[in-house]
Design a protein around this ligand. Structure first.
Ligand code: XIL
Length: 282
């Protein structure tokens, strides 16, 4: 592939899409992504096994007790990870375990019933299902929210201290409601790397409303800086953008803002300054 070396399914592997009821699986869309990637020699980031904030099917949200939820989680992770064993080389095992801002855990059905141990349990289950897969924790945060960064850092450190099979730290890098802070980002990547894990930017996008002024040039610089914060650190092993053409992007649909242009290529797949910014940083 000319532009990319790795692919991530945006939603087709999320719990409510792929496993909407206990025992009922819908693999078709996910299989298409995986088959496409394999036939084009693209690596795959699996996304995501356990995410409490969204895409939680009703039977999980309504789990009767800890045992039932643990059984559901074990079945979900084992089935999904073993299906793609040898094809999906890295998985986002737990997505967004922390509250949006500050230092707390998010309040999800998983920690309500299982306590925060659900996080390490998910990693052990994934590791059992595919011992060769690289297992990631993945989180969104604003680099300026020092409390949240510290909470994320300590969670990673704690899991590693306990010997949990955690191999990578994902920083989503959605710059939709805050500006990038590339110097802080690089320092934080370095701090994670010093714990002995790999780090990836997993969902990079940078909001722009081009009608305000000529913001696409600024966006190009910001993409360069964000990408450079990763490529400057040896342990930063990947950059995933959350979509690539402004024609399709989640924020635009979510906020119903058709003029929103957060990605590398324009509506007609022409490279933007953002594209050249990333290229320059590689
Ligand atoms: C988003 C998808 O892009 C949307 O299409 C979907 O409606 C909601 O989820 N953090 C994540 C991603 O980890 O899975 C989210 O993806 C964006 C925020």
């Amino acid at each position: 592939m000319r532009e990319f070396s790795s692919v991530t399914p945006e939603s087709s592997q999320k719990w409510d899409v792929i496993h909407p009821e206990a025992g009922r699986w819908q693999f078709a869309d996910s299989d298409r992504v995986v088959d496409f990637a394999v036939s084009h020699q693209l690596a795959i980031r699996g996304h995501t096994l356990v995410w409490g904030r969204a895409s939680v099917p009703d039977y999980i949200e309504q789990a009767a007790d800890a045992k039932q939820l643990r059984d559901y989680m074990a079945d979900h992770i084992s089935t999904l990870v073993s299906r793609y064993q040898g094809k999906i080389e890295r998985w986002d095992v737990v997505n967004e375990p922390l509250a949006i801002r500050g230092g707390d855990y998010a309040d999800y059905i998983f920690n309500r019933l299982l306590g925060t141990d659900y996080i390490e349990q998910a990693f052990y289950l994934a590791h059992q299902a595919d011992p060769a897969a690289k297992l990631y924790i993945n989180e969104w945060y604003d680099e300026n929210d020092e409390e949240k960064f510290q909470a994320y850092y300590h969670l990673v450190q704690q899991l590693l201290d306990k010997g949990v099979p955690l191999h990578g730290v994902g920083i989503q890098a959605h710059y939709n409601f805050h500006d990038p802070a590339p110097e802080k980002l690089q320092r934080q990547i370095q701090q994670f790397a010093a714990l002995g894990v790999e780090v990836e930017l997993t969902e990079l996008d940078i909001a722009k409303f081009p009608w305000l002024d000529n913001r696409l040039q600024d966006q190009g610089i910001e993409y360069y800086q964000a990408a450079k914060a990763c490529t400057a650190v040896a342990a930063c092993s990947g950059i995933t953008v959350w979509g690539f053409t402004d024609r399709y992007n989640w924020i635009k649909d979510w906020l119903n803002l058709p003029g929103f242009t957060p990605l590398l290529m324009d509506q007609t797949l022409q490279p933007k300054p953002a594209y050249y910014g990333v290229q320059q940083a590689l």
